[in-house]
Each structure stands twice: as C-alpha cells, then as structure tokens.
Design a protein around this ligand. Structure first.
Ligand SMILES: Cc1cc2nc3c(=O)[nH]c(=O)nc-3n(C[C@H](O)[C@H](O)[C@H](O)COP(=O)(O)OP(=O)(O)OC[C@H]3O[C@@H](n4cnc5c(N)ncnc54)[C@H](O)[C@@H]3O)c2cc1C
Length: 348
C-alpha cells in the first residue's frame, strides 16, 4: 500500500532513496536545509568506483557492491558518466609496491566480473617518450573506473524527482522529528533520516540513541590549471594514502586528504592540506605546480562509521538503524546510494 514518506536530507542518498520509493508508488517529501546536493555530495572525487584501495583492508564485499553500483550508474546515465583509465606510476618494476598493486588490480577485475570496464595493463614508456612525469617514472599499471559529471547528473536526478511528483522542500531545516513519523509537526507513515555526516548529531538532538558513532573525516581537493587526458593514482608524501589526479573540466582535479574535524560543519581546506596535495603531486611531476596554478578548491566531511580501526582504514559501508517508523542511514558513498535505496525499499 502506498505510504506517505518524509525524507530528511537532500544529498545523493536522500534523493536516490526518494526516487526509488516514489517509483514504488509512495508519496515522498524531501526536506533539505540548504540546496539539494550542495553539501558532502558535491565535494567528492567524482569517481564511481568499488574503491581499489579498500582491498588493502580486505573489504571485499564492500568493493564488490561498489563495483555493481558503478555499472548501475554507467548503464543508466551514459550522458553524465564515463569510464576512465587510471595509471599508477612506479620507479622500478622490481618493487613490493608494484606487486601489491598488480595483485589488487587483478582482484578488482575479478570482483567486477562481467561488469569489468576494460582490461588492466602493465606498461613501460620508451626512454625517449615525452611525459609530464619525472624521468624515473617509466613503469605503469593501469585499470579502469567510472567517473561522473556530478552537476549534470544531479540535475537529471532532480528533474526525475520532480517528474515523480516528489515534494522537494529546499532551504527547510528539520528542527524536530520522532520515531512515530512526525517531522516539524507534520505526520508521515515513515521517516528516512539521510543527513550524511549529521546523522548521529540529529538523532541525539531528538533524544534518540544512535547505534553508530561517526568519525568526521574531512577531505579536500584542489583544481589545478593543468590539462590531463587520463587519471593518475599515486602514493602521497606520507605513503599511507593514495592521491588521484584526474581530468576535470579541462583541468586536473587533485585529491584527496583525510583530516579529523570536530563537526561536519567544519569543512574548509587548511594550509596543511594544500601543501600536502601540492607536495605529493610534485613528487612525481617534471614541472612542479605552485600555489599560482591552483584555481579552485573544495572540502567535505565523510560520513564514516567509527570502527576499531584507524580511520584511514575505516570501511565505507553503510548501516541502517530502525526505530519504529524511523530509518536512519549511516555511511555509504555516492556510488553505493542505489544499494542503500534498494535496501530501504525492501525494509519499507
Ligand atoms: C572528500 C570526499 C571525497 C569523496 N569521493 C567520493 C567518490 O569519489 N565517489 C563516491 O562514490 N563517494 C565519494 N565520497 C562519499 C560521498 O560524498 C558521500 O558518501 C555522499 O555524498 C553522502 O551523501 P549523503 O546524501 O548521505 O550526505 P550529504 O550529501 O551530506 O547530504 C545530507 C544532507 O542533509 C542535509 N541536512 C543536514 N541537516 C539537516 C536538517 N536538520 N534538516 C534538513 N536537512 C539537513 C544537509 O544540508 C545535506 O544536504 C567522498 C566524500 C568526501 C568527503
């Protein structure tokens, strides 16, 4: 039977969940404090991926789910998504780092199965071939992932929501809700709390115990005035993280960082992050970038579920807490929002 459903939060999670529920015939309203898709969902690396680097932490199921969802986006939104070749540079082909990446990329392809986007490759550049990378970087491993134009994709999703008669209440902050279906004094059959990194804070403000804790991990990106045709993934200066340099609107998108913050509202790039990204990129570049090459930056706070691991190793998996008529979504990625939506549809 069709239900009246109130969704709190108009990021990618709230929007996709709303679209899936409206397609099932439910009457959906989305409450968004700012504009739709303006917070964490607009601050990503723009990748549709399973997350090659999460294999290091043996998160096989999570990666497999992400790879399934990656192909859902590429198949359903070909105008706004594309596959992208990403190469990892190495100084020598006799290194443990290369061996580890080789095994990871092979496993990534196996987990993608029939949804693999193209064959991985191992190649060395001829000595005299021109490259933007330092001369010692002649050996590469490459693989394919998905990437998106999140602005045009977001606009298409918002149009779909309007076509499905979803009530889109932008600039409408929810100040109170409960587990029986009340939002700001209006009654719904079910409520979905899809507020990304703000989930635990909002639950506690409304006297509902949160079954998960959140690590607020800020990530920042720089837009660099350099053109590039394909993606690069390389070790940062601290070695424990990878950085992407990806083609982005005729420029290069460089990111990302991991910095713990006290509150999700504190999403501003710091000097440290800028230096870290520039120094990491310059390790491999022949012609170093300078502050004057940076033409833009943005930061967001990941909604990471707290685990026993160091947060660098935390899972990006999601969890749904149920309190009577209230369903709270924790964690997830842009890529896996369709999986979250399928799960919510089943639970409702
Ligand atoms: C640096 C970084 C890089 C990332 N890169 C990728 C990537 O490449 N690929 C990928 O798949 N994922 C990536 N992610 C993860 C992805 O961004 C998030 O998982 C996803 O955007 C979360 O969406 P959301 O809708 O849950 O949260 P949000 O987008 O934050 O949406 C929650 C919404 O709730 C609203 N809200 C809060 N409080 C209230 C209230 N009281 N009333 C009404 N509305 C309220 C907020 O305004 C916000 O719009 C990245 C994240 C970060 C931070």
């Amino acid at each position: 039977m069709p239900k009246k459903i109130g969704i709190i939060g108009g990021g990618i999670t709230g929007l996709i969940v709303g679209i899936f529920l409206a397609k099932e015939g439910h009457k959906v309203s989305i409450y968004e404090k700012n504009s739709l898709l303006s917070q964490t969902s607009s601050k990503t690396t723009k990748l549709l991926h399973g997350g090659l680097r999460y294999l290091e932490n043996f998160h096989f199921n999570e990666v497999k789910n992400g790879l399934n969802d990656r192909s859902w986006w590429l198949e359903n939104f070909p105008k706004h998504t594309t596959k992208l070749k990403i190469s990892i540079p190495f100084k020598s082909f006799l290194s443990f780092a290369l061996f580890k990446s080789f095994v990871g990329i092979k496993l990534y392809g196996i987990l993608a199965g029939s949804k693999n986007l193209g064959s991985d490759n191992f190649y060395t550049l001829p000595k005299d071939e021109e490259s933007s990378l330092k001369n010692e970087y002649k050996t590469f491993l490459s693989f394919f992932d998905g990437t998106m134009d999140d602005v045009s994709l977001g606009n298409e999703l918002i149009q779909s929501a309007k076509d499905l008669k979803i009530d889109l209440l932008e600039n409408t902050e929810v100040t109170n809700f409960d587990r029986h279906g009340m939002i700001n004094g209006w009654k719904f059959d079910k409520i979905i709390l899809a507020v990304g990194p703000w989930s635990k804070i909002l639950l506690e403000q409304n006297n509902i115990e949160s079954e998960r804790d959140i690590d607020f991990i800020k990530g920042s990106h720089l837009i660099v005035d350099r053109q590039t045709d394909s993606g690069l993934m390389f070790s940062s200066i601290c070695k424990s993280r990878y950085i992407f340099a990806l083609p982005y609107m005729g420029r290069t998108l460089l990111g990302t960082t991991e910095e713990k913050v006290k509150h999700p509202d504190l999403a501003e790039i710091s000097k440290n992050e800028i230096n870290y990204l520039i120094d990491s990129y310059n390790q491999i570049l022949k012609k170093p970038i300078m502050i004057s090459d940076i033409i833009g930056s943005y930061s967001g706070v990941r909604p990471l579920i707290k685990s026993n691991y160091n947060y660098h190793k935390s899972s990006r998996d999601f969890f749904i807490q149920k309190n009577k008529s209230l369903f709270t979504i924790f964690g997830g990625k842009w890529t896996t929002s369709p999986s979250i939506a399928r799960k919510i549809v089943t639970m409702i």
